[in-house]
Design a protein around this ligand. Sequence first.
Ligand code: NDP
Ligand code: ZN
Length: 352
Amino acid sequence: MKGFAMKKIGEIGWVEKEVPQLGSKDALVRPTAISPCTSDVHTVWAGAIGDRKDMILGHEAVGIVEAVGSEVRDFAPGDRVVVPAITPDWNSLEAQAGYSMHSGGMLAGWKFSNFKDGVFAEYFHVNDADGNMAHLPDTIDDATAVMLCDMVPTGFHGVELADVQFGDKVLVIGIGPVGLMSVAAAALRGASEIYAVGSRPNCIEIAKEYGATHIINYRNGSIEDQVMALTNGKGVDRVVIAGGDVDTMITAIKVVKPGGKIGNVNYLGEGDYVKVPRSEWGCGMAHKQIAGGLMPGGRLRMEKLMSLIETKRIDPSKLITHRFEGFEHVEDALLLMKDKPKDLIKPVVFIK
Ligand code: NDP
Ligand code: ZN
């Protein structure tokens, strides 16, 4: 089969590989829509997970089940499915402890285009298929569904980590596709005010549609000054970090109120330390909590997030700005994600 791969750090291209073999609990899926992620860009061009040779990229796909192992109960060839980016081993101790994304070791629930070939291929392999795939209803189209693989669950996880409560003032730093889903999730959770940080005009537009009440352009001055001006110097109750760099945490700690919570889903690619400003952290006594996490995967989560689309509580299709017909365009889509032109939020590639 053909796949689109990371050949080594900084180099991409097509590869020929054997169709993956199935264990008894596994499934083989033929993708019908795929989307590249900022994480694919980090993987290839920042060497984020170290070097890989001819590893097929991608972790966002919906498709049709081609084959299943003998012990798979709930799925059969021909079923239309969504597969989350994170596919844990559900019988691991980490999963039993509530942290399935770390099954087998820290971050090891992230298997696609990390420990095994990803989804930018004619076929891809899904471990623990009954736990890691969800049936897609006819009411949800492929493009919308592919946003469920990573953008919706990650953006929502930022809001879970920040533990947004009714009436909270919430700062969302970064409004790419992930942060935009955090804005939507904060609105669903009952935030009273949502301050969204970004600069791309179309992201700003969509942020407002998803519920942002104020826009902060980080290119026009410090985020801290702008937040403090908007909140009469009081700061915010919660911060979700979905963009920026390793020093964005310093800003978050400065602007969150005592007792506030910070949820980070941003990938921190550079810098040896995440710094905590001593005095704004109350000399260690401010009850300002910090959590950072990889998105949870799993069938139940997919089904629940899907139900929010079916009942029209969220519409992730607004994230899709570029559509390509044909597998051969996966490279174009990935390069768009790398170059981030101003009109881009998320591209989708449809495969016949
Ligand atoms: P994008 O690059 O599309 O968006 C990043 C956002 O951050 C943009 O709004 C950008 O603004 C803003 N930004 C950039 N620099 C700064 C800065 N210095 N200060 C404040 N804001 C800034 O990324 P995605 O939405 O695709 O992904 C966000 C992050 O989430 C990535 O790091 C990705 O790897 C990570 N991720 C994490 C996952 C997880 O499970 N935890 C899963 C998937 C992704 P502008 O409008 O100017 O572009
Ligand atoms: Zn991703």
